[in-house]
Design a protein around this ligand. Sequence first.
Ligand code: ADP
Length: 604
Amino acid sequence: MSALELIQLASNIVFVALAAITIVAALRRPARGNIDVALLFGSLGIVVLETRVQTALADVSPLWTISVSLLVMALPYFLLRLVNDFGHVAPRVRRAAEIGLLLSAVAIVLGGTPSPAPITLGLVAYFVVFATYAGVAFIPIARRTHGVTRRRMVAISFGSLVLGSALLVVAMPILIPDTAALSAALVQVLALVAALAWFVGFATPVALRRLWQEPELRAFLVRAAGLARLPDDSDVIEALQQGAGMTAGVTAAIGLWDQSHQVMRWVRDGEAIERGPGEFFAWPAFESGRTIFSADLSRERPQVAAAARDSRVEAAIAAPIKIESRRIGALVLYSERAPMFADDDIALAQLLAEQCAVVLESRRLAVEAAAARANELTARLKEDFMSAAAHDLKTPLTTLVAQAQTLERRMRSGKPADRAGVERIAREAKRLQHLVEEMLEASRIEQGALQLQRELVDVREIAAEVVARHPEAGRIRVEASGPASGLYDRLRLERLVENLVENAVKYSPPDAPIDVRLLRDGTELLLSVSDRGIGIARTDQERIFQRFERGGNVDDRSYPGTGLGLYICRGIAEGHGGRIWVESEIGTGSTFHVALPATEGAMN
Ligand code: ADP
């Protein structure tokens, strides 16, 4: 057997097998797409068988040749029907193909065998034009789709274009002499390639579909694992929709059931849509807990027909999203054309819906756990606050009460009030007042109720005044380079500088110098307070700005404090649109930095 004969035999076997497979599939599920695929491959199979029989019987009766030619010429027409199944072919083009097919049939029947060259060329031209048209028409369909569907459309397009070129090769001997043998071999190979590409595209075997779906499915599953942690609900839904759509190769939508309002919530193009029971395609799936498929929504589901037509959706699969018997929502896969779906897409939709259920459920649990943790934290903070407040108020109050009692006793026994005692009362009362103010300010910040009274102030002046008022002013230097005026809340900035200076004094040895610096840097005003004190461990440097948090190297006896000062400083800095941070090393010293936006009212 020659090589050419071998190729011919192999390709013939493949053609007949493909015809058998597609015809059986169409008989099993006589859907439009399946029937058109069977027509295409069936005629190819018959052409092959007829030619074989003709050769075997050495029968050259024109009847064989005519029937084979008629079937071959019908191929582009069947192909065009398939384009229309998956996308859309303009009626004009369909009419032209039908007329072309009719004229070809007349030419074949009346032209005699072999047909005169002009007729053959005319037939080839008809075939090539429509096969190429079909091949090109699948390109935009492939572009609109993704995943497995895109791969299928690309294969179909490729097959159609290869078939168009095969017909050009048929015509080769007419134009170039002595190429009959080469042409015959090439046509065999090209036809085989085209048929295989079509088969892969039109009747994708399940194993290949799985293989094609695998990368998207894997990406979806990997992505899904991290989705439960996304902060925003709509981001989760969007990511699930996108992942499900990519895996199935069509468009996906997810609806979430709102039990209290008895509506299903969907998001389309960033817009929330609510639908009551029965008002949406997925309702029966949601209600019964079973996956449903409709190949023709506008005919089979009158309630959603108008919406389906508006959004040019022909077919859809809906799967319930549920955890055990608790229904969460529904996943819908929809497509412009029914043949885009394969039989096993129903099982795929179920699998995707189950995955969505797992993600949504773990997200719900995570949100619930976070809320419980937040409640616990609030309760603990409240307790902390009560005990800290009681503790901090107790010391000055005890002194106050004791001093007041002494004073009372002296007055009762007719002695004059002693001056030092009165001064101590005043000092402790002020300390109390300061503490209460701090607590109030911290609670305002906590509630986001810090209202700034902005006015034009010079931060240099504020810093100088704060330092001048301080009992240890002697060791504090103030340095300012450039102007530092802006629209800020005067009292708040005073409190901020006071707190930082107070800490620098408190946490550094007596007489160690402290530097307050002011600097205008581009659009920011930078304030820093540096000391050569005990320093703050790296691991504490973020934490100390939180309420009641104190460094690990301080304790209540050697350094009394509430842990509220820096929290307030941060609230004030952030309230002005700025930031606060610290640079520090244990045993060397600390520098607290505050950056405030230089405001428009600044006079510089
Ligand atoms: P308090 O000083 O009342 O404890 P703050 O909120 O002002 O509260 O400060 C929080 C903690 O930050 C302090 O307890 C201390 O551990 C640390 N800290 C603040 N300023 C300094 C500083 N200049 N040097 C060393 N540690 C500091």
